[in-house]
Design a protein around this ligand. Structure first.
Ligand code: NAI
Length: 417
């Protein structure tokens, strides 16, 4: 098989590592992909061997979670590897630049656990408001702290959401259903859901909320976003919740605000430094502060989220395999290619250099085939071109057009669908 052309006529094979949820197997099998599994992670040499050992010449895909490293060596050694699915949020374990430069498309599932995080926050809002954790711990110690003092309903209170994205806006809807008033602050202008109301500044939100909950990404602007000054702006007796990223809150300053009882409580799920493995100790200035609910970065960790991730990434891999659609890809231009109703399609990932399109178009023109659709997306040094042709796949193969395109020095990965 010539380097860089993948025969879509042969059955596609996916290698799913690290106990990926069965929903992914179902999604891929439904699309006639042969599924192979391995329960552990793999390093590059083992992964290369495993991908090469898959039967036939059809496209290969690999699904991983956090333990497997997918490096440049893998992309170079397996020319029919077309995509990698990260069945998780992060993609640090994949060399995204090398993947892009090899024309391999990488997908992940950043939003499959949105609901899980929103539900946890809502539960914690009630737990904080009723001082449930300190009272429960006291019960375990044999103490009976029965008192209404410091216990409040959440109905009619104000929750201030910082970051009105997927999680923030979902939380907004759930919080309103409990009778909370919702304010939000976002860098970008966002349409309010229900009766939620945007505020003009973080300071306004901090000054007017009973609960402040953070749902922003980790950026230069959000690192240290909540420090001593911001905590001082918050109402006396209010609560802070953070299930976004660990660097957003200055933890020693939060400890001080809790110990001095300026804040009545906090719920923290993410930390500036988190243990790399379950056996490593969890170190934090918040340990021992009774009014803080501490959870081990489990905001998005539910069985439902795992199932959603399996389905979402399984479906993205299938959609790229069958239609060339790269919607949601993290390293390649996102083209939402609809399924073909007739004819055939060439999917070509190429080096984005001057003259590349005219070389491809020349090859198409020379074959005298009618083009029915064409989409192009580029990112940095790589482009994705989808060309739909008024010709059946077997006729195209006879013309050798896809082979001519794959043979261009600029072509990285080329498939006929
Ligand atoms: P998203 O990208 O949908 O929303 C983020 C929102 O924050 C956007 O509306 C954006 O405009 C806004 N934003 C960005 N910078 C801002 C700033 N400086 N000030 C105000 N608003 C700003 O993200 P999503 O899915 O809602 O996730 C939010 C956070 O939750 C992320 O940091 C993510 O990593 C984290 N997360 C944590 C989980 C956990 O297990 N604890 C699970 C899932 C997500």
């Amino acid at each position: 098989m010539p380097c860089g052309i993948v025969r879509a006529v042969s059955r596609a094979h996916v290698l799913l590592l690290e106990n990926i949820h069965v929903s992914a197997h179902e999604e891929l099998r439904r699309n006639d992909v042969a599924v192979h599994t391995h329960s552990g992670g793999m390093q590059a040499p083992q992964l290369i061997e495993a991908l090469r050992a898959l039967p036939g010449e059809g496209p290969r895909m690999v699904g991983i979670r956090s333990k497997t490293r997918v490096t440049a060596e893998v992309f170079a050694a397996v020319p029919n590897l077309i995509s990698v699915g990260a069945f998780c949020i992060g993609t640090d374990q994949i060399d995204l630049t090398a993947a892009r430069q090899a024309g391999v498309v990488v997908f992940n599932a950043p939003f499959s656990n949105t609901r899980s995080v929103a539900e946890l926050i809502l539960g914690e809002v009630i737990m904080l408001s009723r001082q449930i954790f300190p009272r429960s711990t006291a019960c375990h110690r044999g103490e009976w702290r029965k008192s209404a003092t410091g216990s409040n309903e959440v109905r009619g209170k104000t929750i201030g959401i910082v970051g009105y994205g997927h999680i923030g806006s979902q939380l907004s809807v759930l919080a309103e259903s409990l009778g909370l008033r919702v304010l939000y602050y976002d860098l970008v202008s966002k349409l309010p859901l229900g009766n939620a109301r945007p505020v003009d500044s973080l300071e306004e939100l901090l000054r007017t909320s009973d609960f402040v909950t953070l749902h922003v990404p980790d950026t230069e602007l959000t690192r240290g976003m909540i420090g001593e000054g911001e905590l001082a702006c918050m109402r006396r007796g209010s609560y802070l919740l953070n299930a976004s990223r660990g660097q957003v809150v200055d933890i020693p300053a939060l400890r001080e605000a809790l110990v001095s009882e300026h804040l009545a409580g906090a719920a923290i799920d993410v930390y500036p430094a988190e243990p790399a493995k379950p056996s490593a100790p969890f170190l934090s200035e918040l340990r021992g502060v009774e009014s803080a609910i501490l959870t081990p970065h489990i905001g998005g960790s539910t069985e439902e989220a795992q199932e959603n991730i399996g389905r979402e990434v399984g479906s993205a891999l299938s959609s790229y395999l069958l239609h060339g659609s790269t919607s949601g890809a993290v390293n390649i231009p996102n083209l939402d290619a609809a399924p073909l109703s007739s004819g055939c399609r060439i999917v070509n990932v190429h080096r984005n250099v001057p003259g590349v399109l005219s070389a491809i178009n020349r090859a198409v023109a020379e074959s005298e085939v009618n083009v029915t659709g064409q989409s192009l997306g580029t990112v940095e040094d790589v482009g994705l071109l989808i060309v739909d042709l008024a010709l059946e796949r077997d006729e195209l193969r006879a013309l050798d057009l896809s082979r001519a395109i794959a043979a261009l020095p600029t072509s990285l990965r080329t498939r006929i669908l």
